[in-house]
Design a protein around this ligand. Structure first.
Ligand code: 13P
Ligand code: SF4
Length: 313
């Protein structure tokens, strides 16, 4: 393991490469990354980096976003199969038909979408700026929100909007069991329930705090509770435990206790070995046409602009 890590470090220096890792990556990948973050933080890092090569330890839509923000850089994803069930829940041709039904609506898309969907979007958001993005749009402007129905519902409830919502969801965040969470809460009455907004409404309603992965981590650092039930992908627990060694973090249980579905199977496809191979062979490169980049980068840049103005980045 040590030799693999030093080989990765050597290659990174030699090739002026940077490794960006999402909080859902395994702990050993987070520990060797140059930057760890949620989707918003990583898109900002991708836009700002001086490196020639970005190795994206995350999923495909994140690497695509990095490529759009840094089109002159080589962006690599160590496994091309690292997709996203949520991004896959909306196809460009279906969305084109859907849009026709709402000609006066503006489109807000979660960043968990393909470049094609972004090219049909007015402004993107992530889970850490979704409320601010929607609030930046005039109250009388109708909105279509894609693709996550749980995040969309949460935004509607929080802002009082009535966005039309695409019927997509993430297979990891949809499987938490309210009943089993409440059983844990009974056994640990002091524990706070903290959840990602991609979770279903009943989970969000019983949660003490709702936020993106970065916001959940920050909450555990500022808050003085000692125990947390964490309703999101298990990778974030690595940083939570590192930042709060004396606190206890209990992963929220899924409906099926044998499925191991607290892990995003796509995120967990990335391994240290694949990162090394990716650096050696400079594979797998993200290639997008100039035409798609020119269109799809606009809603991402608008999102970054609103986030800057709101002091979120
Ligand atoms: P974040 O915005 O917290 O990075 O969420 C990304 C994601 O894929 C959640 O499933
Ligand atoms: Fe996509 Fe869900 Fe995995 Fe996030 S956790 S990358 S939304 S499949």
């Amino acid at each position: 393991m040590e030799t693999l890590i030093s080989k990765i470090q050597e290659l990174k220096l030699k090739k002026n490469a940077v490794i960006l890792a999402h909080y859902y990556q395994t702990g050993n990948i987070q520990d060797i990354a140059d930057h760890i973050g949620d989707s918003l933080q990583l898109s900002q890092q991708a836009a700002d980096t001086k490196a020639d090569i970005i190795v994206f330890a995350g999923v495909h839509f994140m690497a695509e976003t990095a490529k759009m923000l840094s089109p002159d850089k080589k962006v690599l994803i160590p496994d091309l199969e690292a997709g996203c069930s949520l991004a896959d829940s909306i196809k460009a041709e279906d969305f084109a038909e859907f849009k026709k039904k709402y000609p006066n609506h503006l489109v807000v898309s979660y960043i968990n979408t393909t470049a094609e969907i972004k090219a049909m979007t007015d402004i993107c958001c992530t889970s850490s700026n979704a409320i601010e993005i929607v609030q930046s749009i005039p109250a009388d402007q109708p909105i279509i929100f894609t693709p996550d129905k749980n995040l969309g519902d949460y935004i509607n409830r929080t802002t009082g909007r009535n966005m039309v919502i695409w019927n997509g969801a993430c297979h990891v965040h949809e499987q938490f069991s309210l009943q089993r969470i409440l059983e844990i809460k009974k056994a640990h009455p002091e524990a706070k329930i903290i959840a990602h907004p991609e979770c279903q409404k009943p989970i969000l309603i019983v949660s003490d705090f709702i936020g993106s992965t970065a916001a959940l981590l920050k909450f555990t650092q500022k808050d003085n509770t000692k125990e947390y039930i964490v309703a999101t992908e298990s990778g974030i627990l690595h940083q939570m435990k590192k930042a709060n060694p004396s606190k206890v973090f209990i992963p929220a249980p899924p409906v099926d206790s044998t499925c191991g579905c607290n892990d995003c199977q796509f995120m967990k496809l990335i391994t240290l070995e694949k990162i090394y191979k990716s650096l050696v062979d400079e594979q797998f490169e993200i290639n997008l046409s100039d035409k798609i980049i020119q269109k799809a980068v606009i809603p991402i840049q608008r999102m970054l602009e609103v986030s800057r103005k709101a002091g979120l980045i």
